[in-house]
Design a protein around this ligand. Structure first.
Ligand SMILES: [Zn+2]
Length: 94
């Protein structure tokens, strides 16, 4: 199903869902029944989640504009050592 926009002389723009390719030039207005002419609009395409779309765009862009690495990545903070048991200090040293 696709959503087509029609303009009723009384109610303005109305949207009607019709199977793709079956939209006529005029359709009766669902509110008053008067003939409403079809209005051609830009298709409402959805590309899904914007973050996913940005990832796809970045991935496609690297094909022509690969990212150049100028330096190694910053070091991650080292994990803190496990807490030392004070009793271990009293153990004999080699
Ligand atoms: Zn109407």
């Amino acid at each position: 199903m696709a959503v087509y926009v029609y303009r009723c002389p009384e109610h303005g723009a109305v949207e009607l869902a019709r199977p793709i390719g079956t939209a006529g030039g005029t359709e009766p207005c669902p509110l008053c029944g008067s003939p409403a002419g079809r209005v051609f609009t830009a298709p409402r395409l959805s590309f899904g989640d914007p973050r996913r779309r940005a990832l796809i765009d970045r991935t496609e862009r690297t094909r022509d504009e690969p990212a150049v690495v100028a330096a190694p990545p910053p070091r991650r903070p080292q994990p803190r050592p496990a807490a030392i048991d004070p009793a271990w200090r009293r153990l004999p040293r080699p």
